[in-house]
Design a protein around this ligand. Structure first.
Ligand code: FMN
Length: 177
């Protein structure tokens, strides 16, 4: 039987991104019948231009979102906002509806006390515009993220692990499994 797919999208392109690390830790919390793919082509998505021909990278991204039963986005905050690369990628889906009724969990992680809450609020507005399926538990801001990850890329803070597990459980509940 084919596994249920979850797609993880990190808003950071950095090799050692803490947001990507959070997604990799989330993947380990999924049950065995659920697979996890980390989207790795954010850097290939061209600037959004409505109506223009779509590149293969945009088509591939849309296919991955379309095939996923749910999506988990984990993003940093830059200058109080969502990274342009992530917003740009999401904009490509506005008129084609890949996120419409798609269960989505939205997470921000920051080395600051704020947890990137301004970027998270902005991301949630965009996800509402895209018609995603969420509830009041579908978002999480992780403050002081660097102190919560050890040198092996493992989330070592028990409270954060519990909050990540809540996100997984809530997303699967919205998906209906
Ligand atoms: C130009 C710049 C602007 C930033 N602005 C913010 C900000 O507004 N809020 C915040 O919480 N962190 C800000 N940061 C810090 C990022 O949260 C931090 O670099 C984080 O580790 C990036 O996420 P990543 O580890 O997933 O790449 C900024 C960093 C840079 C380089």
């Amino acid at each position: 039987m084919e596994k249920i797919r979850i797609l993880g999208i990190s808003g950071s392109l950095r090799e050692s991104s803490t947001n990507t690390i959070i997604l990799k830790n989330l993947a380990k919390l999924l049950p065995a019948h659920v697979s996890f793919d980390l989207f790795g082509e954010l850097h290939l998505i061209p600037p959004f231009s409505p109506g223009d021909l779509e590149s293969d990278s945009v088509k591939s991204m849309k296919e991955k979102i379309g095939k996923a039963a749910g999506v988990i986005i984990c993003t940093p905050e830059y200058a109080f906002g969502v990274p342009g690369t992530l917003k740009n990628a999401l904009d490509w889906t506005v008129s084609t509806g890949e996120f419409n009724e798609k269960p989505v969990a939205a997470i921000s992680a920051s080395p600051l006390n704020s947890g990137g809450e301004k970027a998270l609020a902005s991301l949630l507005l965009t996800l509402t515009a895209l018609g995603t399926s969420r509830n009041e538990k579908s978002s999480l801001a992780i403050p002081n993220v660097k102190s919560k990850i050890n040198s092996d890329g493992i989330v070592q803070d028990d409270q954060t692990v519990l909050l990540l597990q809540d996100q997984v459980d809530n997303l699967l509940k919205i998906i209906g499994i």
